[in-house]
Write a protein that binds this ligand. Structure first.
Ligand code: ADP
Length: 447
């Protein structure tokens, strides 16, 4: 097992990885920007190294600085966390070249899944159904129009290198498609440095359902059921739940088994998430994330499996110590992503936390790096806390979540807690009756 892991991240996810390491008796090295010298992940780690200025480009994305930090602290592995370099195959390769273990999949799997066109092709080959579309990049306007005529409007233009819900444009006819293409291309270039686009059928009432995979280096692969992440704003997840109110056990077992088979065929290892749109009883693959997901705790809550710990174990070469038969999913879990934002306008709200009180009690988990007196810097993602609650039933979970949100105090800045309080009392949400467009429609109807 590793003796010392460098955690190449910040905020709640850095803390999440630190906690797993601690419970495994592994020492930790925190890296931080100049803006994060007082951050909780730095305070709790055994050692810390400042790797650059506030802007992530010079610090959390600075590969030479991170490799130097790992070398001088003698870390034997690097955990990339979520976001930043976690899906950067070049980084994984560089880490390996320094004789340090990258805690994640093989770089070649990161490369394939990092390109959504290649990912769709690879998954299709293993027998996984994909969203109908261009089956490759669209270069010329003519090609795009032809594909749209074949699959039928509406269509969605997406960036092959996309992420974070950015760079997607919906078109309802030839004219809007002609307009969407150059806009999507410019956005893709600006955000991802790659303007490769592809086209998909735009599904009008799907749910977002994703399957959690866990695989070791010895060919063992299991799945831990699904998460329903349909509650989204601007294609970004807001509330997630497991299990999905839309799936029964037979459907879960079937799609889970298909994903396991696909991962075995690809020789995938580490944790991973296979994302689908689910409409009229059918699954359509959209992308795969080759890292831990922000919403992984809801799976941990109903499975009792510490995914970060398993990810570290398999990276060290250990065999999975659970089999598919051992996996018992029990109860229901929901996660609310709490952002430092105005709950109505979603304008960022960085600043100093004047009061902080996290909720507690049975089956209530808060993943956050906040503390009273901490200053939320303006330079990074606005996610500041995740409230994760479990109940024996979905109803018990909802009642507990309502109670936990009431107890949560984050003073001094605006947060999205009031939005969550409102959403979980909406009858559609209570009935589990919502798709990926539900939240946008609700917000639009109030604007
Ligand atoms: P990203 O990597 O940017 O998160 P994804 O491909 O995972 O992009 O898609 C994010 C979200 O965008 C999905 O959960 C869904 O809400 C929406 N979306 C993506 N593709 C389609 C599609 N073909 N039809 C309808 N909505 C889609």
């Amino acid at each position: 097992m590793f003796e010392k892991i460098l955690i190449a991240n910040r905020g709640e996810v850095a803390l999440r990885i630190h906690r797993a390491c601690r419970e495994m008796g592994i020492r930790t090295v925190a890296v931080h920007s100049e803006a994060d010298a007082d951050a909780m992940h730095v305070r709790l780690a055994d050692e810390s190294v400042c790797i650059g200025p506030a802007a992530a480009r010079g610090s959390y994305l600075n590969i030479p600085a991170i490799l130097t930090a790992a070398t001088i602290t003698n870390a034997d592995a690097i955990h990339p966390g979520v976001g930043f370099l976690s899906e950067n195959a070049h980084f994984a390769q560089m880490v390996a070249e320094h004789d340090i273990t990258f805690i994640g999949p093989a770089p070649e799997h990161m490369t394939v899944m990092g390109d959504k066109i290649a990912a769709k092709a690879a998954m299709k080959k293993t027998g996984i159904p994909v969203v109908p579309g261009s089956d490759g990049p669209v270069v010329e306007e003519d090609e795009a129009l032809k594909t749209a005529a074949k699959i039928g409007y509406p269509v969605i233009v997406k960036a092959a290198a996309g992420g974070g819900g950015r760079g997607m444009k919906v078109a309802h006819d030839d004219e809007t498609l002609r307009q969407a293409l150059p806009m999507a291309r410019a956005e893709a270039k600006a955000n991802f440095g790659d303007d490769t686009l592809y086209l998909e059928k735009f599904l009008e009432t799907p749910r977002h359902i994703e399957i959690q995979i866990l695989a070791d280096n010895h060919g063992n692969v299991i799945h831990l059921g699904e998460r329903d992440c349909s509650l989204q704003r601007r294609h970004q997840k807001v509330i997630e739940e497991a299990p999905s109110p839309a799936l029964n056990a037979a459907t879960r077992d079937k799609i889970g088994a298909r994903c396991v088979k696909a991962m075995k065929k690809l020789g995938y290892r580490s944790v991973g998430t296979i994302e689908f749109l689910y409409e009229n009883g059918k699954f359509y693959f959209i992308e795969m994330n080759t890292r831990l997901q922000v919403e992984h705790p809801i799976t941990e809550m109903i499975s009792g499996i510490d995914l970060a710990r398993e990810q570290i174990r398999v990276a060290a070469g250990a065999k999975l110590d659970v089999t598919q038969k051992n996996i018992q999913l029990a109860g229901h879990a929901i996660e609310c992503r709490i952002n430092a934002e105005n709950p109505e306008t979603f304008a960022p709200s960085p600043g100093t936390i004047t009061d902080y009180h996290a909720p507690g009690g049975l089956d209530v988990r808060v993943d956050s790096a906040l503390y009273s007196g901490y200053r939320v810097p303006p330079h990074y993602d606005s996610l500041i806390a995740k409230l994760i609650v479990r109940g024996r039933s979905r109803n018990e979970c909802l009642m507990r979540l309502r109670r936990a949100l009431e107890e949560f105090v984050i003073g001094g800045i605006e947060t999205t807690i009031p939005l969550h309080q409102r959403l979980i009392t909406e009858s559609d949400f209570i009935n589990g009756d919502y798709d990926i467009h539900w939240l946008e429609n609700l917000l639009d109807s109030e604007a």
